[in-house]
Structures are given as structure tokens and as C-alpha cells.
Design a protein around this ligand. Structure first.
Ligand SMILES: C[S@@+](CC[C@H](N)C(=O)[O-])C[C@H]1O[C@@H](n2cnc3c(N)ncnc32)[C@H](O)[C@@H]1O
Length: 343
């Protein structure tokens, strides 16, 4: 067993950031509660997965980097990537708050500075994207206006999805912050949108019938009455990953696999290339792999890269995505219906 420092960044009152440092025993599952299913790295696993990571020092072809994790500063990696190779770009950048990401800290800056930082890599992505590509960018309410303004200059902005992520700190003098924006853009009017792949299966609250007594736009089944609804730009059917979920890691801003599954299924086709320049714990690559897409992820922190590699390994044996089963997205709290089929 080894001792290692663990830094925790917490925001409260929406203005102050606390950085707390704990000393913890090496992150192995046995040291956590029995019901904690978080993915952790042993020392041996870390050295194994370190050997899988790439670092680029010259221009590369897609074949060289397909289905890999690149452990590098995105600003160094982008100039070495080939032209027009990306079908779907998912960007979950550090938001404009001071936040520790293990080996690096992102520092809050003025909105204009944040917009310039964001634009400095967005402009470089225009070279890497196919003319048919889609782009999704995450933001919180603080950074959203800077991100929207910048995206409008390079892409066709098609929508802003609001994700009610539920988890968030209550505040005595402000509204609890529990939503995030996801901007949806395309390079042109020629793009993929598979609406039927991302309909939501919902319980029917008002089971209207037509004049012949047949269900109106819904289905009866032993597990209950359900309707498939068109996906809207308000997403309320998923939480941030937490300790009892098998996809959870110690990454402080990990996105749920279900969120990436919606984006990837809606905006790409099998085998197409999904690119994530701020890969974190690997969610985008893992879901791309589970859904038979090609993936490339870039992440500056080597521990997060190793977590991503471990998750990719686990995905070889288990391609389940919580909240998406039998090819269907389910609303929350329907686990029993999912197990019994619900159709
Ligand atoms: C918001 S998190 C992404 C979380 C990810 N979506 C997930 O599900 O785990 C942003 C990530 O960007 C990484 N990062 C920050 N600056 C970077 C840079 N210049 N190049 C590459 N990665 C960077 C951080 O280490 C952090 O893991």
C-alpha cells in the first residue's frame, strides 16, 4: 500500500473555491465501501496502461492513431493531426472556474480571455473536421455565452441542449446550479441526425385511446404502458456518475455514458471517427467503442489517460450503457421495466 495526495476542489456560494488536500491510501477498490463500484487503478495497472498511451512528435495518419488515447496537451497535438478526418467532435473543456484536474489546475479568467482561449483551439479544429461533421460543446452558465459567441463564428449552431444534471450544491443566496449546456453545431447543412436512434421510452401518464379503443401513440405491455417520444433539447433522464455506478471514476467532472450515447447515436454512423480533445476519464472513447465507432481521445493528465484505458479494456467484456438497453433510451427510475422488457 502507498500513500498519495488527493486534491478536492469544491465551489460554494458560486464564487469561492476551496482546495482541500487529503492523504489517502492507494486507490484500490478494497479500501472503499463494498457497494462502491468506482473504477480505480492499482499501481500495476497504471504502469501497464501508461505503456498504451501515445505522444505525438510528428504529423500522423489516422491509421496510426485510430482507437488510441493520446497523452498530450491538445495545443501540441492538433497541428500534427490530418486534415478532414473527424466525423463527430465532442468538446468538454474546463469551464471558466478554478478547478484542479489532478496534475493541472485551470484558472478562472475574464469572459473575454476565456472566449479567446476557447477560440484559439476551435479555429484549428476547422481544418480537422469533415464537411459533414457535427460538433458538440459542453459549458456551464458562466462560460456558455463566450462559447456560443465563438461557435457562431466557425460553425452552424443548431441548438442548445440543457442537461439537468441534478447534482449540485445548494446555496443560501442563489439558485442551486444543477444544469449544463451542450451546444450542437454542424459544419454544413449536410449532416447526420438519426432521430429514431435517440427517442425516449416514457411511461404513459394519460393513456388516451382512439374511438376504436386502441392506444393513441403508445403501447400496452405487461410491464406497463409506454410511449416513444421525440428527443427534445431538455435532458432530464440522467445524473452525473456517482460511486454506486459501475462507470464512475475519481475524475471530478466525468460525464455520464448515457449522455455520450445519445450524442454518438444521433450524430454519427458505425465506424465513423469520434474525437474528444479533453478526454478526462475516457467517457467519449468508451461509449464510441461500445457503439462500434472509431475513437481518438487527447488528455493532458496521465492518470486520467490510464483510467480511460482501463475503462476501454472493461468495455471489451461489457458493452452495457446504463439507461440505454435493448436499443432504447429509458427515462429514469425504470430499472424494473428495463429488466422485464417493458415492451
Ligand atoms: C471537463 S474535463 C473532461 C471530462 C470528460 N468529459 C469525462 O467524461 O471524464 C476536462 C479535461 O481536460 C483536460 N485538459 C485540460 N487542459 C488540457 C489541455 N490543454 N490538453 C488536453 N487536456 C486538457 C483536464 O485534465 C480534464 O481531464
Amino acid at each position: 500500500m502507498t500513500l498519495s495526495p488527493l486534491r478536492h476542489t469544491m465551489s460554494y456560494n458560486n464564487s469561492t473555491t476551496l482546495v482541500m488536500e487529503f492523504w489517502v491510501i492507494e486507490m484500490v477498490k478494497g479500501n472503499r465501501g463494498d457497494r462502491n463500484r468506482s473504477i480505480v487503478l492499482s499501481t500495476q495497472e497504471k504502469s501497464l496502461y501508461l505503456s498504451h498511451l501515445l505522444r505525438l512528435d510528428k504529423p500522423v495518419s489516422i491509421e496510426t492513431i485510430a482507437n488510441t488515447t493520446i497523452n498530450q496537451d491538445i495545443f501540441h497535438a492538433i497541428p500534427l493531426l490530418p486534415d478532414q478526418c473527424i466525423d463527430l467532435l465532442f468538446i468538454d473543456p474546463p469551464y471558466n472556474i478554478t478547478k484542479s484536474f489532478n496534475s493541472t489546475v485551470f484558472r478562472k479568467r475574464g469572459l473575454e480571455d476565456y472566449a479567446s482561449w476557447f477560440a484559439s483551439f476551435i479555429i484549428q479544429f476547422t481544418r480537422l473536421l469533415k464537411p459533414t461533421a457535427s460538433i458538440y460543446v459542453c459549458s456551464d452558465w458562466r462560460s456558455s455565452s463566450a462559447i456560443h459567441y465563438t461557435l457562431e463564428q466557425y460553425f452552424i449552431v443548431r441548438n442548445r441542449i440543457t442537461w439537468e444534471r441534478e447534482k449540485g450544491r445548494g446555496a443560501m443566496t442563489n439558485w442551486k446550479n444543477c444544469s449544463e449546456d451542450i451546444w450542437f453545431c454542424t459544419m454544413s447543412d449536410n449532416y447526420t441526425f438519426n432521430v429514431n436512434a435517440v427517442k425516449l421510452k416514457r411511461k404513459v401518464l394519460a393513456p388516451y385511446k382512439d374511438t376504436n379503443g386502441n392506444p393513441k401513440d403508445w403501447e400496452e405491455s405487461e410491464a406497463g404502458d409506454f410511449r416513444f417520444t421525440y428527443p427534445s433539447n431538455i435532458w432530464t433522464d440522467m445524473t452525473v456518475p456517482f460511486w454506486s455506478m459501475p462507470e464512475n471514476t475519481d475524475h471530478p467532472t466525468q460525464k455520464p455514458e448515457k449522455l455520450l450515447a445519445k450524442i454518438i447515436l444521433a450524430s454519427s454512423l458505425p465506424d465513423q471517427l469520434i474525437f474528444d480533445p479533453f478526454l478526462g476519464s475516457g467517457t467519449t472513447s468508451v461509449v464510441a467503442k461500445k457503439l462500434a465507432r472509431t475513437y481518438i481521445g487527447v488528455e493532458i493528465d496521465e492518470t486520467y489517460c490510464c483510467l480511460a484505458e482501463k475503462r476501454l479494456d472493461l468495455a471489451t467484456k461489457d458493452s452495457a450503457i446504463q439507461g440505454y438497453s435493448q436499443g432504447v433510451f429509458w427515462e429514469r427510475n425504470t430499472l424494473i421495466e428495463q429488466r422485464t422488457g417493458g415492451a
